[in-house]
Write a protein that binds this ligand. Structure first.
Ligand code: BT5
Length: 270
């Protein structure tokens, strides 16, 4: 059977967006869509340009970690953005992307949760990771590259042993093969709606509602992992500017920004 592919020709008629995903660089195989997107962004490609590949040979996570991306099994893509906002607000865009992905997965009848700041989880396992990279001057973003990795149709044996306890796919959890093209278009469309809402008047209400109502960590005991420490805390709220408010055992509170920390569940997932 011929594999369904994700070139622009393949999905353009199903896409409703105006500019997100209307300029597409499509690859059968590439090292990392984020690496390619950064090169394209520095050459000046337009906002909303998407780099997508059927597989990545050197997919990247945060802090130099790797991201497995087998051929035809997932959505491995990067969106190039040029928002006219202070670099400190870039974390908000990650939340907007997470909300859009959550909405699209939900539309499939699959109940995912958002694990602040950059994961979507199902059954306490990671099904999607987001990698936001930025080029900026002091108070102006030159470009943002939002890398999105979603495990769509991976079977259990396609997930390496060492991450099988923390990673899953939409197919494994729903027991159905998922239409990657439909999911791709839905994510690009949903993202444009929420992103435009934000650009218009910095309104993140819809995004914040989605992130709060479907949070994997709010109200729960979590671990805040920093460079040299790991502290237990309770996740209290996601603030209007996308930060996570936590309360430590001694009663002190802290607002976390995604770049500074990772947050892990005590129950063993990611
Ligand atoms: C992330 O990093 O979750 C961000 C992943 C972003 C991937 C996309 S794919 C398109 C674009 N191009 C790229 O090169 N990257 C982006 P982090 O939170 O650091 O999680 C990485 C960790 O997740 C690894 O150390 C593994 O433990 C685990 N992992 C690796 N591959 C995975 C997968 N396919 N599914 C679930 N977990 C995975």
């Amino acid at each position: 059977m011929k594999e369904e592919t994700l070139s622009y020709e393949d999905f353009k008629s199903d896409l409703s967006s105006k500019y997100i995903g209307r300029n597409v660089y499509y690859f059968d195989s590439i090292d990392s869509t984020n690496t390619k997107a950064k090169k394209l962004a520095s050459k000046g490609v337009s906002e909303g340009t998407v780099v997508i590949s059927e597989e990545q040979t050197a997919g990247r996570g945060r802090l130099g970690r790797s991201w497995i991306s087998p051929k035809h099994k997932g959505l491995w893509m990067s969106i190039i953005l040029r928002p006219n906002i202070d670099p400190i607000n870039a974390v908000k865009i990650t939340q907007i992307v997470a909300a859009a992905i959550h909405r699209s997965i939900n539309k499939l009848g699959i109940k995912s949760l958002i694990k602040w700041p950059n994961d979507i989880v199902l059954n306490n396992k990671k099904v999607c990771g987001i990698l936001t990279e930025m080029s900026a001057e002091l108070n102006r973003i030159s470009y943002l590259v939002i890398g999105i990795g979603i495990n769509v149709n991976l079977d259990e044996d396609e997930i390496p042993n060492d991450i099988r306890s923390i990673a899953t796919s939409l197919k494994i959890e729903s027991k159905n093969a998922i239409d990657r093209k439909g999911l791709l278009c839905s994510i690009l469309d949903n993202f444009e709606i929420l992103y435009d809402e934000f650009l218009e008047d910095c309104n993140m209400d819809t995004t914040l509602n989605i992130c709060r109502e479907n949070s994997a960590i709010l109200g729960k005991e979590i671990q805040v992992i920093k460079k040299d420490s790991c502290l237990c805390a309770k996740a209290i709220d996601i603030t209007n500017d996308g930060r996570l408010l936590v309360e430590y055992k001694d009663g002190s509170k802290e607002y976390l920004i995604s770049e500074e920390v990772s947050v892990r569940g005590l129950m063993g997932y990611i």
